[in-house]
Unconditional design. Sequence first.
Length: 116
Amino acid sequence: QVHLVESGGGLVQPGGSLRLSCVASGFTLDSYAIGWFRQAPGKEREGVSCIMGTDGKTYYGDSVQGRFTTSRDNAKNTVYLHMTDLQPEDTAVYYCAGPGCAGPEWGQGTQVTVSS
């Protein structure tokens, strides 16, 4: 059974950094992609990044390019989202999805709040 669990969210000041984790079960990350999405209040869900399974190639949304990096640890079957230079507009619930860049399974989400 596929299961995804995010963690690592919290409150951070503008310019700060956070690392989110997504632990996957029921499939292996070296075979399938994992995507990160976010949804802010009153806004549509936005694609943040995706890391491919076979070659680890990464893709990023325009709004996070150059600030966010996604990586994975196959031994832990975990994908990370490293977020730097966080700004108030990055405030959202962050979700991981898999297998595949857009699911079909989703985690429960983790809240990231950027505020001074």
